[in-house]
Write a protein that binds this ligand. Sequence first.
Ligand code: FRU
Length: 494
Amino acid sequence: MKEWTREERYQRMEDIDSDKLLELKQQTQLSPYRQTYHIQPEMGLLNDPNGLIYFNGKYYISHQWFPLGAVHGLKYWYNYTSKDLVHFQPEGVILSPDTKYDSHGVYSGSAFEYQGHLYYMYTGNHRDHDWQRQATQMIARLKDDGTVEKFPKPVISHQPEGYTSHFRDPKVFSHNDKYYAIIGAQTNDEFGKLLLYQTTDIVNWHYLGEIKTKLNQFGYMWECPDYFELDGHDVIMFCPQGIESEEDKYQNIYQSGYLIGDLNFETLNFDHEAFLELDKGFDFYAPQTFLDENGQRILIGWMGLPDTTYPTDEEGWAHCLTLPRVLNIENGKLKQRPIKNLEKLRYNKETALGYANKFTTKLHPYEGKQYELIIDILENDASEIYFELRTSKNQSTVISYNKQMNTLTLDRTESGLLPGNVEGTTRSTKLDSSLSQLRIYVDTSSIEIFCNDGERVLTSRIFPDNNATGIKTSTESGQVYLQFTKYDLKGDNQ
Ligand code: FRU
């Protein structure tokens, strides 16, 4: 892969010849790994979802974007609107790095409604002559003509005393009729923290202090925080960097997780349960939540990770967003389920009911590259069940369930091309209850596995060959009685 110089990574899209941009776009379209029902960049690199909101009858979904190639360079926000969160209208760039405060990137941030208008709060990333980072928090207002107007200067001009310039990703929320921003930060001795600000007029933001969690010395930086109330609990999500892996925990380069508890807005004391990961697959980071038109809490994540190479890098593009998930807390546990509107993408239903055992190679005639597969496990005497997807003669993406250990494993050893700088080729998770259902969304180059009605999710990119379309089930020993329901899915890009 081509080496990118700093100058190349910080080129402005506006300075690039339109023929060159068209060429990049056309090259991207030729990729065999283009997704069909996920948000993906028209070229270049997509990362964090940004500015998610339901406003005036429409959803706004933006993402971090470097248009010129599959590297982390000068970041813009690219925006989509949607009526239903499954069909998306591309709207183009909504925030550009065009002020001195965000000259080196319009970094991540959120959307909020204030006095009937949509506003964005985001991090302005600036590098000085010595390439020293300066982070400020900026606000922009969406105007009636669909363009945005930035406030003339940052609303938070520097990090508080005691913290480094790793100070970013403001998530604005309201609580008891007051507006707050929770911001990711790093202490001078390099530990990740979350800081809280408050405002009454969205121009003047007062620093309230650091949120006091029970997690001291838990990584060197906490990115992309979020706070929300859910089913009577306070939830704080964030992405800690610098956590060592432990057994089946924290297997990826950086983590995304949550704390459920009770936040005291006077003392900033957060009394919470253990930090748990949101997703146990290979490719998930920087999620953000928002409320849908029915008041449900929806989460969308970046289906990728920093500091990792992906097979599509060579083709000049990388990454996509995850499917939207509905969050709930039931019996103290977070549940994540795919949004109901995904049913709108279904066509061509097939079902099968039957036993699988050691000798079953193919239970049914199904195959495909873009589908939803629901597997209900009705009786299980098998020591281990193997569900193989995207199979060909020499490729297979394997989901296995070990009954005795009660663990679910995703194995992409033979899935096709693999991302680089990734530890291992399997991800495992111990379930809370024995396996009763898998709801699997497969797109051209991804798999999202929802297990036991929202108990666990494993999200990963996979890069199999075009002819790897088979679906197989077998066991190690013993048999399993299963109900399969498969729907082909048709998205915007088909
Ligand atoms: C997370 C992140 C954010 C930052 C953005 C820059 O992936 O590093 O902390 O705002 O990406 O693209």
